[in-house]
Design a protein around this ligand. Structure first.
Ligand code: AOF
Ligand code: ZN
Length: 344
């Protein structure tokens, strides 16, 4: 590993501490190095708060060293006035002359202008150190910016014989306690969680986070004909909920009803609305009909299947089919296998 890679690795580790709180902003880390020694570190902690560069520079005790230091930052310093002033200008004002960047910023408000500002001010700029690691860490942000829709993680649990529920959609516990805990962790990692009407009706889920510390995602359900009764957990006021429908209904305290125009491009309209609401990622937790809808249109980014070793002997609701998709990785948790797919 080169010296640049070593310091960028540290910056990426710092960045990852912002996962779950920086969204819909990217996670960004920054390290200030003087004569091969780290003299300052910082990361973007929370949406609306100072950017990584500002926190890193603030942590440097001897500010006179800045013109002789190298600044490692995982994302191109910003060039715009958003919730905070431009970081590129800030670095220039602080006398920084040497900047190493992992990824360029696809946000159209930045998109190379931050780098241009640094170059115009006479800074040495080196781009692309540990680029692939950075792209993976901020995959939700990059997808959101480039595809103008949330990053989509499809998830389901299926029995060894390929069912996700008993006949008539009766729910049953398919995966074990460890996998259940993991799903709650996954819920904290995405900004929203989505289910279809049948799952909402038959499972009456709370869609909250009980088994892992962290923020609960925004709850989203599709209810074209407004069949979910007000007494269901989803419509209680414990957490905000978005319901996408084709019918008209006034919104309740914590529940917003969003009327979409047509059935044909329902998913596209819904994703466009979520983009406009700044929802960076969604965990789609079923059921089969909704999962199949995303699969058929090939609009998804990751799939995570919890495959139990338990067999459901009678007929049931078939799990979505993934013929020919290459498996990216596999793991085991208790009595369950976890299978990961990525849409590349
Ligand atoms: C940086 N350093 O640590 C981050 C950056 O609304 P604002 O002011 O927070 O700006 C958000 C945008 O700034 C975000 O979409 C992305 O383009 C960039 N994020 N830039 O120089 C940081 N978090
Ligand atoms: Zn910035």
């Amino acid at each position: 590993m080169s010296t640049d890679e070593k310091f960028m690795r540290r910056a990426l580790d710092l960045a990852s501490q912002g996962l779950g709180t920086a969204r819909p902003n990217p996670v960004v880390g920054c390290v200030v190095v003087h004569q091969n020694k780290i003299i300052g570190e910082g990361w973007h902690k929370r949406y609306g708060e100072p950017h990584a560069e500002v926190n890193a520079i603030a942590s440097v005790q001897n500010q006179n060293l800045l013109p002789h230091s190298k600044v490692y930052v995982t994302l191109e310093p910003c060039s715009h006035y958003g919730k905070t002033p431009p970081c590129a200008d800030f670095l220039i004002e602080k006398g920084v002359r040497d900047v190493v960047i992992c990824n360029t910023d696809p946000n159209p408000l930045v998109a190379g202008r931050g780098i241009q500002k640094l170059v115009d001010a006479g800074c040495k700029v080196h781009i692309g150190v540990l680029e692939q690691e950075g792209l993976k860490l901020n995959r939700r942000f990059f997808t959101f910016q480039q595809k103008k829709r949330p990053y989509l993680v499809l998830k389901w649990a299926e029995s060894s014989d390929g069912f996700i529920a008993l006949p008539n959609c009766q729910p049953c516990q398919i995966s074990g306690p460890s996998a259940h805990k993991l799903v709650h962790k996954w819920r904290t990692e995405e900004q929203a969680i989505m289910i279809g009407t049948r799952t909402a009706l038959s499972d009456n889920p709370k869609l909250n986070v009980r088994q892992w510390p962290g923020q609960a995602p925004l709850r989203i359900a599709i209810d074209k004909k407004l069949q979910i009764p007000d007494s269901h957990h989803l419509l209680d006021d414990s957490l905000p909920t978005l319901i996408y429908t084709l019918a008209e209904k006034p919104s309740l305290a914590q529940t917003e009803f969003v009327k979409l125009a047509q059935v044909e491009d329902f998913l596209e309209q819904l994703l466009q609305d979520l983009y406009q609401r700044n929802v960076q990622s969604v965990l789609v937790e079923g059921g089969t009909k909704l999962l199949e809808a995303f699969l058929q249109k090939n609009i998804w980014d990751e799939i995570r299947v919890l495959k139990s070793k338990t067999t459901i002997l009678h007929e049931g609701v078939q799990a979505p089919t993934l013929s020919g998709r290459p498996v990216i990785s596999r793991g085991t948790l208790g009595n369950d296998e976890i299978i990961f797919y990525r849409n590349v």
